[in-house]
Design a protein around this ligand. Structure first.
Ligand code: SAH
Length: 287
């Protein structure tokens, strides 16, 4: 046991861990995620997992790409789930590493169901979801007492590839002061039209945050009415989340990430130094 007395689970052979890798910045990984990466035999990861995060894997771990971007052939969801079962049945420690949180628009639920169907034991490690992290890195709190007491996550992309047909636009427009929209870029024009048709003001502020928490992060502040045009004009690179609501205006004061005039560069400490600090063995004298 270390000085801190923190113990982490052993990754047993034949298990699958569904782990959230967060939105990009490796500093936003959980300790459970790092523990998983140090023990896994095989890692099935998707397109949204940052290369800097993959560097934390055991060097001899087998890497299996299951993403859908970058021109490589897309993997069917059922194939991925069954692949996890196959590896687990071979008695490997199987890490399924997904962007953000595995259970937020990440199909972690589907993969978990397949594991249940095949009697494969599994653990879920939540991750920081892109909507909340992206907003925070843009200086936008997803809730703020003066603005909203609720927030809604919505996807602009259903399994058919179109806007999901089970969205109740009237309820969303009326009932949800802040909307955090995932996979909304392709259909942003239709989404904003639906919200405005159901009573949302076109002047409401909307933030588009792309490649959130990575060095390439971009932020576009627009309005509900102008969002689709502005996104097209600027040519926003995916992935991107949209935040709609009064909270977007708080960025004017809370934009902590923008370089201030007198701060040119963020000073850094190496990750190894942090690891060394927390891995110092307990002092036997004190026990
Ligand atoms: N499970 C993920 C979401 C997967 S759906 C999570 O919890 O974050 C994929 C969508 O997530 C993208 O279309 C985009 O809307 C959003 N997304 C993921 N990573 C992002 C990032 N770094 N910056 C902005 N949006 C991101």
């Amino acid at each position: 046991m270390t000085k801190l007395g923190l113990d982490f689970p052993v990754f047993e052979p034949g298990w699958v861990w569904l782990v959230g890798a967060g939105p990009g910045d490796p500093g936003l990984l959980t300790l459970h995620a790092v523990n998983a990466m140090q023990q896994a035999d095989v890692v099935v990861y998707d397109a949204l997992v940052d290369e800097r995060i993959l560097n934390l894997l055991r060097p001899d771990a087998q890497r299996v790409y299951a993403g859908k971007r970058g021109g490589r052939p897309s993997s069917k969801q059922t194939d991925i789930s069954l692949q996890l079962v196959d590896y687990a049945k071979k008695d490997l420690r199987v890490l399924r590493l997904k962007g953000g949180d595995p259970f937020v628009f990440g199909r972690g639920g589907e993969e978990g169901m397949t594991l249940v169907d095949h009697n494969v034991p599994f653990r879920v490690v939540p991750g920081i979801t892109a909507g909340i992290a992206g907003a925070a890195y843009a200086g936008i709190p997803t809730t703020h007492r003066d603005c909203n007491s609720s927030v809604t996550f919505v996807t602009g992309h259903g399994s058919s590839g179109d806007v999901p047909d089970n969205i109740n636009w009237a309820a969303l427009a009326h009932g949800s002061p802040v909307l955090v929209m995932y996979m909304a870029m392709k259909h942003l024009r239709r989404i904003s039209a639906e919200l405005m048709a159901n009573g949302r003001s076109g002047d409401e502020p909307l933030a588009v945050i792309n490649q959130a928490t990575t060095p390439a992060q971009g932020i576009l502040i627009t309005t509900l009415a102008k969002a689709a045009d502005d996104v097209e004009r600027v040519g926003v690179e995916p992935p991107a989340v949209c935040i709609l609501g009064k909270v977007v205006g708080l960025r004017d004061r809370l934009n902590w990430l923008s370089p201030q005039d007198d701060v040119k560069e963020v000073r850094t400490v190496p990750f190894e130094q942090i690891l060394e600090l927390i891995s110092t063995p307990a002092d036997p004298q004190k026990d």
